[in-house]
Design a protein around this ligand. Sequence first.
Ligand SMILES: Nc1ncnc2c1ncn2[C@@H]1O[C@H](COP(=O)(O)OP(=O)(O)OP(=O)(O)O)[C@@H](O)[C@H]1O
Length: 232
Amino acid sequence: MILEARGLTRHFGGLRAIHAVDFDLTQGEIHALIGPNGAGKTTFVGLLSGRIPVEAGTIRFAGDDITRLPAHRRVRLGIAYTFQITSIYPRLSVHDNLALAVQQRGAADLGRETLAALERVGLAGRAAQEAGTLAYGHQRLLEIAMGLALSPRLLILDEPTQGLANAEIDAFKALVRSVVPETTVLLIEHNMDVVMDLADRITVLNAGEVLASGPPAQIRANEAVQTAYLGG
Ligand SMILES: Nc1ncnc2c1ncn2[C@@H]1O[C@H](COP(=O)(O)OP(=O)(O)OP(=O)(O)O)[C@@H](O)[C@H]1O
């Protein structure tokens, strides 16, 4: 187990955003987190990444108790969390954005490794473009490339396919498959085709609690999940 959360809890006033959640990630798996709007998905990955302080419960990562560690210390331990383009420098080129991330890891050959990272996400043809002028979906891909440049042990993606065209979604799926099992992937995803196609396991959150967890076929057949989320 690369990550184990026990009794994880975060309330906002009277609202139980995340309540007593037990959650495991197996080394090398692709794990999807799904659930209706407001279920607590973003709050949950915020607790794992350290962006949101834990109120109760524990998180262990690769054997270490990380419950109280600040986000930057978790990044150093190998947890990369990408969400909504906050990490991109809009006035720098696509290449330079990625070179900064590659440099952070301490690359031996910055130019070559940056190019390889660009090719990996299909952005080599846009290397000279200002990152802020990229289409939304391409900014998401750049952000994922920057996360991957850190060679994380765990990559957490919040709605990575939002704004991507179908061909780009296919490329994204291939990308995710290419990083496992060295990197474990946890993704919040609303596109059920992507979830069912990509995930080894799915956890369904509903009103801050785990409604179900298991492989795609089992989740699809689960009546409580269908009622709460999959629309009957
Ligand atoms: N900082 C905050 N202060 C107060 N309430 C919050 C805060 N952050 C989240 N919430 C509430 O916690 C609940 C869970 O929100 P969260 O964003 O984690 O859900 P989600 O499953 O990610 O939803 P979506 O799919 O719409 O992004 C929601 O009711 C939300 O309004």
